[in-house]
Design a protein around this ligand. Structure first.
Ligand SMILES: Cc1cc2nc3c(=O)[nH]c(=O)nc-3n(C[C@H](O)[C@H](O)[C@H](O)COP(=O)(O)OP(=O)(O)OC[C@H]3O[C@@H](n4cnc5c(N)ncnc54)[C@H](O)[C@@H]3O)c2cc1C
Length: 244
């Protein structure tokens, strides 16, 4: 992650050294959020040709396909809000974030599919639990950072003790913190991505949600700049004097 996230990590180095975005704590590992594009093999030109072919069906204007025609067509689609045509292509992401943030992102109902790590079936007594380092921590005093790290040792200890005492993970999970790491595969089509990104890259969104959304925006923008440059421009303009 870039930008504000780098600052955040730089401010949170008081306990030991970060190794590859991970910090080993007493009974858990503190980790950074991340987003990875799944199956990134389709190149931008192929995606554009695919979307253009779908859209031109409406106008029976396939004969107008040529160099640069797709960009023009997609600008027309955005301007005329003919956005159902943007539902034909979807991309999937592996997202690592906190349980707290995951409650927010699964609220996106239309054109979004999720598969999430289960706290019922995964037994964190058998693997070292991971906790997401929240964005606000980098802005706190050393004492407050210690408070955060030590509180999580206690919460995780409750979970591990319960599991040691024979509680199934689905009963012990009540002790897990909201900053507990979770992993999701999140698939969204272009239209649903645009709606989500407009909402979740805005300043009103939770800072940890913004971190995830900005990374997803970067990956969409890399593939399909013409369809995401308006949202990207808003984020860049907002970042000029950005204060989370
Ligand atoms: C800054 C912020 C703060 C928030 N705070 C809260 C909060 O305090 N509490 C809370 O519960 N949620 C909160 N939310 C979640 C928010 O209410 C939405 O559930 C979430 O952002 C999903 O947005 P959406 O409905 O546009 O997306 P989707 O569910 O993906 O829907 C996409 C679009 O489809 C249409 N649509 C979907 N369902 C319907 C429907 N039933 N009827 C009519 N049209 C529909 C709408 O046009 C909608 O924009 C917050 C979101 C943000 C961004």
């Amino acid at each position: 992650m870039k930008g504000v996230w780098d600052e955040h990590v730089a401010g949170t180095c008081m306990i030991g050294a970060w190794a590859g975005g991970r910090l080993e704590c007493k009974n858990y590992t503190a980790v950074l959020p991340s987003v990875e594009l799944l199956a990134p093999t389709m190149d931008s030109d192929a995606i554009m040709r695919y979307i253009e072919a779908a859209i031109r069906t409406a106008y029976k204007s396939e004969d107008r396909t040529g160099p640069g025609t797709c960009d023009r067509l997609l600008r027309h689609i955005l301007a005329s809000k003919h956005e159902s045509t943007l539902e034909h292509f979807a991309m999937g992401f592996r997202v690592i974030t906190s349980r707290g943030v995951s409650h927010e992102l699964v609220r996106h109902r239309v054109g979004h599919s999720f598969t999430q790590e289960s706290t019922r079936y995964v037994n964190y007594g058998k693997r070292k639990p991971e906790v997401i380092l929240p964005w606000h921590l980098g802005r706190r005093s050393i004492e407050q950072q210690e408070f955060w790290f030590n509180s999580h040792v206690k919460l995780i200890d409750c979970y591990l003790t319960a599991v040691d005492n024979g509680w199934p993970p689905q009963d012990a999970r009540g002790f897990l913190p909201n900053d507990m790491k979770t992993e999701l595969v999140w698939t969204m089509n272009i239209r649903s991505a645009r709606n989500m990104l407009q909402l979740r890259t805005a300043k009103a969104a939770h800072p940890d949600m913004q971190v995830v959304a900005r990374e997803i925006l970067r990956l969409w923008f890399q593939k399909l700049p013409v369809l995401f440059q308006d949202i990207e421009a808003e984020v860049v303009a907002g970042l000029a004097n950005y204060k989370l």
